[in-house]
Design a protein around this ligand. Structure first.
Ligand code: UD1
Length: 419
């Protein structure tokens, strides 16, 4: 099993082009299933989750090839509608294929995603919304067997109890080729939803309202292929900004999605970092010790502070002046990285959904194990600002979402290698 070895204490300095977004690539790859013809996706990140998505596509009969960050997906010959459990389990977000396969063939069999690193990940909202669209759903053992009455999903008025990203995506994917109009109230407003909708529009879909709480979709009989560039990864952006901030560094992020990163940037600014943005560039200079963030950092659906950036910012604030308070409102088990940060000398107290982070003088290197994707990234942030050497094991979690993190860090002057 591979690990990262990090020698901390070096200021990160330099320019980095952001990778394409993982959370956009996965639903867009699933959406390519709906298209008759070839889809070419540029800026598709080379990540284990993306490879897992391409294995699912190939299994159901698509031809998906991947090279130099370009995925080419030809869905003309979709055959199977059942995804084996092994493939489903390779990636938690494989449930997103449910809506796409229903949209393409009117049926699918997938397996229930188990609990994951962030706690149980229910799909009740996905299922009740799809049922409203005329899908018969039966659960048999671990299988979910779905079939559209009459072979095609029907448009419906859907009100989500919570603006779930995955449920919104599944409904969109089932609705773009459904019969009639679908309205999603309380839809998720995350930028990756807008990216998915932009891609689908380019394939001929009729969607409006994405980025707002009400999305309206008029089903089309068929979609066609297209060429599309995936948006930049705002969470990878937040991670590299956190690394540079924690090491008193200076960074220019290029290929950045500035408005989409605003909820993170506005909090990072409160730590005393100077941040300047232009169209698709972010310049950040830290220079001195960070200040704690005065206001409670509450994770919320977009445009609130993103839950995916909670761990990396927390790692940067462990050695800040003063006390910062986090409140995790999206997932139940999203503080699993704190044990590793404590091992590195941090002072963090977790009480339910609140974590109180008292800035310490400095962190020290330690051997730690990545608990989940963003938690693992947080350990890398902490290790880079700590004194001495750290080893991070179970980096398969980190590789799910970061394209060669060690190369990006080395480009910025940090000492990080894979062994
Ligand atoms: C997506 C992102 C993930 C991000 C999260 C929140 C992808 C691949 N993943 O995950 O990185 O952290 O959005 O921004 O895009 N819930 C239910 N029932 C459901 C669906 C969700 O109770 O049917 C709950 C979840 O347990 C969680 C909350 O709703 O507590 C938010 O989940 P959701 O927005 O669906 O997140 P994901 O789509 O899984």
């Amino acid at each position: 099993m591979q690990k990262f070895i990090i020698n901390g204490g070096r200021r990160l300095r330099g320019e980095l082009a952001l990778q394409g977004s993982k959370n956009s690539s996965l639903p867009i790859m699933a959406a390519a299933l709906l298209c008759f013809g070839e889809c070419t996706l540029h800026s598709c990140p080379a990540l284990t989750d993306v490879y897992a998505a391409s294995r699912i596509l190939n299994f159901v009969g698509c031809k998906c090839t991947f090279s130099d960050n370009t995925a080419v997906i030809d869905s003309s010959a979709v055959g199977s509608t059942a995804v084996p459990e092994g493939l489903m389990r390779e990636m938690r977000s494989s449930i997103i294929f449910m809506g796409a396969m229903l949209g393409r063939t009117g049926e699918c069999t997938v397996s229930v995603p188990g609990g994951c690193e962030l706690g149980p990940r229910p799909i009740d909202m996905h299922l009740s919304a799809l049922r409203k669209m005329g899908i018969d759903i039966r659960e048999n053992g671990g299988d979910i067997i779905c079939r559209a009455f009459g072979g095609r999903a029907k448009g419906a008025k859907i009100s989500l109890a919570f603006p779930s990203v995955g449920a919104t995506e599944n409904v969109i994917l089932a609705a773009v080729t459904a019969e009639g109009e679908t309205v999603i109230n309380n839809a998720a407003r995350e930028p990756e939803i807008c990216d998915l909708c932009s891609f689908l529009r380019r394939c001929g879909a009729d969607i409006s309202g994405d980025g707002e709480s009400r999305i309206i979709i008029n089903g089309k009989k068929q979609l066609h292929g297209c060429e599309y560039t995936i948006m930049p990864d705002r969470i990878a952006g937040a991670t590299y900004l956190s690394m540079a901030a924690a090491t008193k560094g200076e960074i220019i992020l290029t290929n950045a999605c500035v408005p989409e990163m605003e909820p993170f940037i506005s909090v990072l600014e409160q730590t005393g970092c100077s941040i300047y943005t232009s169209e698709n560039r972010i310049y950040m200079r830290s220079g001195t010790r960070l200040r704690a963030v005065r206001d409670r950092i509450r994770t919320m659906p977009h445009p609130g502070f993103p839950t995916d950036a909670q761990a990396v910012l927390m790692a940067a604030l462990t050695a800040a002046d003063g006390t910062s308070v986090f409140e995790e409102n999206i997932f139940d088990c999203r503080y699993r990285h704190t044990d590793a940060l404590l091992k590195m000398g941090a002072d963090i107290q977790v009480l339910g959904k609140v974590a109180v982070v008292k800035g310490v003088e400095k962190l020290h290197g330690a051997n730690v194990e990545a608990t989940d994707l963003r938690g693992g990234a947080a350990m890398a942030v902490a290790a880079l600002c700590a004194e001495g050497c750290s080893e991070i094991t179970k980096i398969c979690h980190i590789d799910r979402g970061y394209e060669k993190m060690e190369e990006a860090v080395r480009l910025l002057g940090g000492e990080m290698r894979r062994s």
